[in-house]
Design a protein around this ligand. Sequence first.
Ligand SMILES: [Zn+2]
Length: 372
Amino acid sequence: MLFKEVIGQESIKENLIQTVVNERISHAQMFQGKLGSGSFSLALAYAQFVFCSNKEENDSCGACPSCLKINTLTHPDLHFSFPVQILGNLKKSDDFISEFREMMISNPYSTEQDWYGKNENENKKGIIGVDESKELFRKLSLKSYEGGYKVAIIWLAENMNIASANKLLKLIEEPPEKTLLFLVVEDLEKILATIISRTQIIRLKSLSEVQISNQLANHHGVDEAKAIEISTYVNGDFAMALHEVSSQDNSQVFFDLFVSWMRLCFKKDVVGAVAFSANIQKLGKEKQKAFLLFVLNLFQKSLLGNFSGMENVKITPSHKEFIEKFMPYVHERNMEALHTDMSQAYYHIDRNANAKILFLDLSFILFKLIKK
Ligand SMILES: [Zn+2]
């Protein structure tokens, strides 16, 4: 993976490139953030740049023998550890490496759910067990095949159990010569404090809406209006954006929910609001958050349509008709309150508030706010 193929994260890329150019690469680094912000992609591009034998100023060459081996994730000095759903004697990453390679080559923004789904068992959590840490320890203690660095990328290192994490800690404290450990982590709270304190942490930011919509439109063949729409509610998470493209349905599901919600708010339909809130509860937290962003975005589009005419609003044609009728109800007198209430709802959902109560409350607020 070339740096230029990683979406955004420009200042992090520059820093990483400088560490190689100045030969000051920290031996233990943690790429922390959502997988959909590109943590694995960055770690992989970094490893490729370390190995590339014909580096350009700001990227790997993409064509030298090392780069070609990285493309297929088969470089002999690049090792991967990742959570596995232990199956009898199959407990180490290498037992599942061909499936892992296949997934990451087709989509380096793959998520933990994608991984378990690939093995047709989405609900069983994988672990990086002590057998895997021992194996990693063994591999990294050997001489490198090509005389340079040995790199291990530990994908979702928070899935290490205690024994395994302690073994990793040993590796970090007494690294074999020319060994680099890149931990890819979503949830820092699940990592041992002793590991955190000995690791350089690289925090990834969520991607911008423009970065996501451009990537979808330019590299994934998504229609521009659709790409823009998806980018508005995936919260800077490119993995989630890709899921939206492949399912395609969420935005229609969300739109239908939005229409029925607004209709019952017009009518001040309390019974309807109770049923709606119960329905929303079933979506689960991540979709509830995405739905709130989706609704907020439609409020903003309505306001824009209201002020400057529908021709300036980028919206899916099938949604246009409803928004044209709805937009007089969003204006400068209620927009700020709508924004505040939706944002607060998002905040509370993110902190595990009861969705049923929260959406019911929010409905009562909308009863009052949505007026001409
Ligand atoms: Zn190269």
